[in-house]
Write a protein that binds this ligand. Structure first.
Ligand SMILES: [Fe+2]
Length: 155
């Protein structure tokens, strides 16, 4: 039984952003499936890196979409996005510092934080922009046009 599952009730009205959320859910499920298993330390680390990288990509795309339809709640979303990425960076640093071979950093508390954070992000924060993006051709265009290079290789 996976930790999280995407359902139609989580749809925010744009396929690209729904697909991003599905990827984030998959990475968190992979993390949960391997957490606590010292023999899978490399996999756990890869999940943490994937989570940060994909979250950065998704947040950048989401911010472009919100900006394209002049969504008034963009600034608070940006703060939440930065805080989340920072939190994952901190967790990854602590994980790397733990040289005992155990995977205690990725524990039940962290997994339930990730689950609750993403549920809240999708069902409350993102759902609030749904009516805005649905009636905006610019938002749809921004979602389709967004490229990974805009977040990573331009920095
Ligand atoms: Fe989102």
């Amino acid at each position: 039984m996976p930790l999280m599952q995407w359902t139609q009730a989580m749809s925010v009205g744009l396929e690209e952003l729904d697909d991003d959320h599905k990827v984030l859910i998959k990475v968190i499920n992979d993390l949960a499936a391997n957490a606590g298993n010292a023999a899978r330390r490399d996999v756990v680390r890869q999940c943490l890196l994937s989570l940060r990288r994909y979250a950065e990509f998704h947040f950048a795309r989401e911010e472009k979409v919100m900006s394209a339809c002049k969504y008034p709640g963009l600034d608070p979303q940006k703060i939440e996005h930065r805080d989340f990425v920072k939190r994952i960076q901190e967790v990854t640093s602590r994980f790397d510092e733990d040289t005992t071979g155990s995977v205690e950093v990725v524990n039940e508390a962290l997994l339930s934080f990730l689950k609750e954070w993403l549920n809240h992000h999708i069902l409350i924060e993102d759902m609030a922009y749904r009516p805005h993006v649905e009636r905006s051709a610019e938002a749809k265009q921004a979602a389709k046009a967004f490229k990974a290079s805009e977040v990573w290789w331009s920095q």
